[in-house]
Write a protein that binds this ligand. Structure first.
Ligand code: C2E
Ligand code: MG
Ligand code: MG
Ligand code: MG
Length: 288
């Protein structure tokens, strides 16, 4: 406000901006060595089928432990990686690491979902990178899910061809952050996709906002019409879990089940699927 906006304030504002800019510059420079220095790792968050009461897949999420700043969020450093060819290198590493980690798990057919940046898809390296990751890890293609964002589908045709090629191999394609982008129902028909992951936006205030609940129902129905299973991510608490389950949502992911797990925790099977009573009619929905 006018009362607090003195020259001193402007000064502090400038300082804050500079600190942020400095941090970005440091991160940008250090990112180049992060992989080689072993500062990147993957954590894995379960996706739970509340009908069959089991974990169907895990989503691999990238983490960077910076020597100075500690854990840096991918929402901060992935965009920086995307400014350079580094994203291709990091993306390639993520694919291999995710496939290898899950392939090494004993006695499970758990799927693994890998987030793929639009830049990675556009580079044209995605298909060879996926092939290499599957070969090195010996993970069956049917256990890999590639997560792209809606906007990637609106790209030029080689993207559609590449995704089609992946599906021909048996890899599944999930549309991440679905529902807030540009896709219309008509547009989605015939797209090379297998799964919709509903954007977390729909869950904010969902317990108190009937419009949000209507949207959650609409996304489920849209998936059903297209014969595509829907995964809801960001299910934080039991109230939202119950609400979604009662609505007929079958595949849920979020802190209510498990925070993203370290690879060692995953290997130890160190998480429980909490007791969620199943509804009989949701079993009729398309399966992941
Ligand atoms: P995303 O793919 O939509 O991932 C879901 C995000 O929601 C993750 O954040 C996850 O930790 C968080 N989350 C899970 N459960 C809950 C919950 O109950 N409540 C709330 N509020 N959040 C929850 P994270 O790990 O910070 O990743 C953020 C984004 O960074 C991802 O969004 C994805 O777009 C990107 N990202 C992460 N790993 C990679 C990667 O390996 N490659 C690329 N290109 N992008 C990545
Ligand atoms: Mg994702
Ligand atoms: Mg998402
Ligand atoms: Mg995302």
């Amino acid at each position: 406000s006018a009362a607090t906006a003195g020259p001193g304030c402007v000064h502090r504002y400038d300082d804050a901006l500079r600190v942020e800019e400095d941090r970005r510059a440091v991160l940008r420079a250090d990112l180049e060595h992060a992989l080689g220095r072993g500062e990147l790792r993957l954590v894995f968050q379960p996706v739970v089928d509340v009908v069959l009461h089991r974990t169907v897949s895990v989503e691999a999420l990238l983490r960077w432990r910076h020597p100075l700043y500690g854990d840096v969020s991918p929402t901060e450093f992935v965009p920086l990686a995307e400014e350079s060819p580094l994203i291709t290198e990091v993306g390639r590493w993520v694919l291999r690491e995710a496939c290898s980690t899950v392939a090494a798990l004993d006695g499970t057919d758990l799927g693994v979902a890998v987030n793929v940046s639009a830049h990675q898809v556009r580079s044209g390296e995605l298909v060879p990178d996926v092939l290499a990751a599957l070969e090195v890890s010996a993970l069956p293609a049917s256990r890999l899910i590639v997560e792209i964002t809606e906007s990637v589908l609106l790209d030029d045709s080689h993207v559609i061809e590449d995704l089609t090629a992946l599906r021909r191999l048996g890899v599944r394609v999930a549309v991440d952050d679905f529902g807030t982008g540009w896709s219309s129902l008509a547009y989605l028909v015939g797209m090379p996709i297998d799964v919709l992951k509903m954007d977390q936006y729909f869950l904010s205030n969902v317990e108190h906002d009937p419009a949000r609940r209507a949207m959650c129902r609409a996304v489920l129905q849209l998936g059903s019409s297209l014969d595509l299973p829907v995964i809801v991510e960001g299910v934080t608490n039991a109230a939202v879990l119950t609400l979604l389950r009662d609505m007929g949502h079958r595949y849920l992911q979020g802190y209510v089940f498990a925070r993203p797990l370290e690879a060692a925790q995953l290997a130890a099977g160190a998480w429980d699927v909490p007791d969620v009573p199943a509804l009989p009619d949701v079993a009729a929905l398309p399966a992941v």
